[in-house]
Design a protein around this ligand. Structure first.
Ligand SMILES: [Zn+2]
Length: 325
């Protein structure tokens, strides 16, 4: 949290940002995504200081923190509805995108972005969830795998934790084609991410025509991150944020912090992202290019094959879906 605030201060956009402390999500709101028995269990387990899974410890304060993290998205929607801003950035801990309906995973207790998306869908919105955290957003994908009103697009390192997010995972039933996965090899740079935007993310979003954009904005794809192996810089996240903002109308865009485990990189990425939300460009590092190193070139040529395959899959699936205008 301190790193995020430091990044926003360093970016010099503090005055463009209005801070708020989020409200608690109610049990009814959490149940839009999570099973009642699971919510009862984590309440009990956290009070006892038990581990919820092998890398998700919990303690007496965990449930309050999780309810506020989930409430942040709901609060942001209310504030954007009231015209308070053109976009929201939520510096949340714990993160949420690995949490399943009935299981905590990967530091995530409740799925913040999914709870906000489910709330928007219930009122008739069409929601694009873009997940650029280095890890696949398995919990979010599972929540909407058969939901045609949510388009879930994930760009992530593969193979890596949590093991899901293969290119063939495209949704099922009424949601067939509303899940798009871009599984990138270690070392992938910003060039491949920009290509993915041009050839997959933008065409898929245009065909879907979302009324809201929710971004799982983890910053652990930064090359300095200690637990992943992707090759991005904070300069790339400025680019990605600017491109993402064009996918939905002003006042309908919410960015949720997910991972990000190198504090210096987290500060730079959050600062670059929030600066872009404020219409400014702040680049403490330049954007990365595959051509800058032999390893980057090799990773990007494999990532480009992934982008082309995902584009072909998406084009075929979009053609079978009714087009929205
Ligand atoms: Zn992550």
């Amino acid at each position: 949290m301190i790193a995020v605030r430091d990044g926003i201060t360093a970016a010099g956009v503090g005055e463009a940002v209005a801070e708020f402390a989020p409200r608690r999500a109610t049990t009814e709101e959490l149940e839009r995504v999570h099973a009642p028995a699971y919510l009862e269990w984590i309440e009990l387990a956290a009070a006892q200081g038990m581990n919820l899974d092998e890398d998700t410890p919990a303690g007496p304060g965990s449930i309050e923190a999780a309810r506020r993290a989930a409430g942040g998205g709901l609060d942001a929607v209310d504030r954007l509805d009231a015209g308070e801003a053109s976009a929201a950035f939520l510096a949340l801990r714990p993160p949420g995108h690995h949490a399943l309906s009935d299981r905590a995973m990967g530091f995530c207790l409740v799925n913040n972005v999914a709870i906000t998306a489910a709330t928007l869908v219930a009122r008739g919105e069409r929601v694009l969830i873009l997940d650029w955290d280095a890890h696949h957003g398995n919990g979010t994908q599972a929540a909407f795998y058969e939901e045609p009103e949510v388009l879930f697009i994930s760009l992530h390192e593969y193979p890596a934790y949590p093991g899901t997010g293969a290119i063939g995972e495209v949704g099922s039933g009424a949601g067939s084609g509303s899940t798009v996965n871009l599984p990138f090899p270690a070392g992938t740079t910003g060039d491949a991410y920009r290509m993915a935007f041009d050839e997959v993310v933008v065409p898929a979003a245009e065909a879907f025509s979302p009324s809201w954009l929710l971004v799982s904005a983890g910053f652990d794809a930064h090359r300095a991150d200690p637990i992943t192996n992707l090759g991005l810089s904070s300069g790339d996240f400025a680019d990605l944020t600017e491109r993402a903002l064009r996918l939905a109308p002003p006042g309908r865009r919410v960015f949720f912090l997910e991972g990000g485990y190198d504090l210096e990189a987290l500060a730079a990425c959050a600062g670059s992202c929030v600066a872009a939300l404020a219409g400014e460009r702040w680049l403490p590092e330049r954007a990365t290019r595959g051509g800058d190193s032999a390893q980057g070139a090799s990773s990007d040529s494999r990532a480009a094959a992934v982008v082309r395959a995902a584009a072909a899959i998406n084009e075929r699936l979009v053609a079978t879906r009714p087009r929205h205008s």
